[in-house]
Design a binder for this molecule. Sequence first.
Ligand code: PMV
Length: 310
Amino acid sequence: MISTSAPGKIILFGEHAVVYNRPALAAPLSGLRATASIEEATTTGAGLTIRAVDLDTTIRLQESAEHGLALMARLVLDRLGAAEPTITVTVESAIPIAGGLGSGAAVSAALGKALSAHLGAPLDAPALSELVYEFVRFYHGTPSFIDNTVISYEKPVYFVRGRPPEVFSLGMPVQLLVADTGIPSPTHEAVGGVRARWQHERDRYEALFDRIAGIVDTARTVLEAGAVGQLGPLMTANQHELEAMGVSSPAIGRLVTAARSAGSLGAKLSGGGVGGNVIALVTAESADQVRAGLLAAGAVAVYQTTIGEG
Ligand code: PMV
């Protein structure tokens, strides 16, 4: 049986400022993945069926014009010039849905990998990334290339709008905790809020974005050099700028403070903010204590991940 997987993603540095053409860094969540597995269907000619376990939905390609996963399957078949096989693909994800962690993109990537492997022509990262982009666009209109690139290449990415994303390697593994505030965070609302404030106070916001761009560029150098000791203060500095931008919240602030008090070397919101997730830099020694601190401060879930492994 063919079984494939793809990771979720987090934004490490530069969210929001990236909308205003400054750089951002994102990384795969290797320990939090979506999987796809394929079984030959028993009925001949039944075509392709996708069982989306988390959505509690079964999609038959011949009937479902409108579902994003059907679109993804069709994109793969078109790319490979293949006829629709009679199989069942089961997709499942450990990545929380709608938390800014790339769950949809990861499910579509796992599906694309499994289907192309079944057809004997596994898609490489650039091809997969292009198709996942089309999937994300189906839902989000004009997405950045961050999710599809990070999730398909499974590598950290340095990203500036309008330029090809740059995949890079870390000089050492970095351990993070991802803590969920439990508060839904519709990214477009947070982005809209920043835009409204930027229109009133352009100079202040442009200066904030410039400072964040400086943090992002320094962070890339630090990550590539493996100077993990310098990373925490950069995360904290980025969080301060995000607070000044008005995208933090009391819940995020509580988790950031709790992580720091429990021994995290740096913590910040990740993604759209307002609710959503906080990331905290930890070591093997501090991870358990920081996790306990985050849960005590109201995190509804805490995931551990290591970026830059392997
Ligand atoms: O919520 P996420 O993880 O998809 O991140 C959004 C990042 C923003 O910079 C706030 C928006 C964007 O389109 O880049």
